[in-house]
Write a protein that binds this ligand. Sequence first.
Ligand code: FAQ
Length: 312
Amino acid sequence: ADQARQADFDAKVAANQRIEPRDWMPEGYRKTLVRQVAQHAHSEIIGMQPEGDWIASAPSLRRKAILLAKVQDEAGHGLYLYAAAETLGIDRAELTERLIEGRQKYSSIFNYPSLTYADVGVIGWLVDGAAICNQVPLCRTSFGPYARAMVRICKEESFHQRQGYELLMRMMEGTEGQRAMVQDAVDRWWWPSLMMFGPPDADSPNTQQSLEWGIKIDTNDALRQKFVDMTVPQADKLGVTLPDSELAWNEQSGQYDFGEPDWNEFKQVVTGSGPRNAERVARRRAAHEKGAWVREAATAYAKKHQNSQEVA
Ligand code: FAQ
């Protein structure tokens, strides 16, 4: 029976059909998805922090309204993704425990500090730009709930990317000091943005199997290249320099050549020793603990409501 179910699963994946929560799936497929979707959800929630730091000191009412909307969207993305993970049979409370105990990862990018308001623009431009590059193909990922969550998330990420680029365009029209702030933010965020796509294909233990299962659609290196090709013309238009002396158009390949990110730094950040890891997780833990009474009250209310329905 298992063989028949496996064959059915393989045929669905090969035909680009969606696997749904009630369908049979190999245990490894379920585990890989829980890992990736949870990591993605955690990234959205932890990712609220670097930009959230600027809400109280946004330079104008307009910028504050935009930033508030963006950070709220990220909370929403986290929630869709936790809901998608729950269809795989894992509880959101358990996933949160794993995050605050450091047993599950979130994107390396959110372990860097946001030092000026230009960082808000650069996070929108580069970090959301990289997120879109990675996530548009995931709209076709093989697990239905994850794919459907991605469709909506990508639409919102496009707005996020645009607001970042628009903010930077405005700053580049400003004073010398403002232009220098933009360049400084680009210098700090460029390499970490390239690391968002994960280790080089040769050092990526999960890629091959995830491609076979249709969980991933492209390899880490392929998406990184696509991001560089997309971003270089935008940097030119903006008038900033990307901090990579090896960056050059390659006539033969029809792509940009670029330098190697510092994979040692990546390892440090992913294993908890980046510039802001401790602070990000400590804040998430504090928010979780502070919210305990809300969860308790909501649970008690739901229980009471359920009982009164039973009586009626
Ligand atoms: N950071 O074998 P692979 C956003 C881990 S966008 C930390 O290549 P895989 C939007 C990886 O988990 C950011 N860890 O792994 C936003 C694995 O760990 P494990 C979130 C990383 O899964 C914008 C190990 O290294 N987006 O939040 C990273 O096949 C602005 C080996 O790597 C997603 O999560 C990294 N950068 O490929 C929000 C997208 N890279 O558990 C707020 C969905 C790798 O085996 C503000 N995820 N690792 O020890 C994916 O597409 C994939 O999971 C990859 C990694 C491509 C990230």
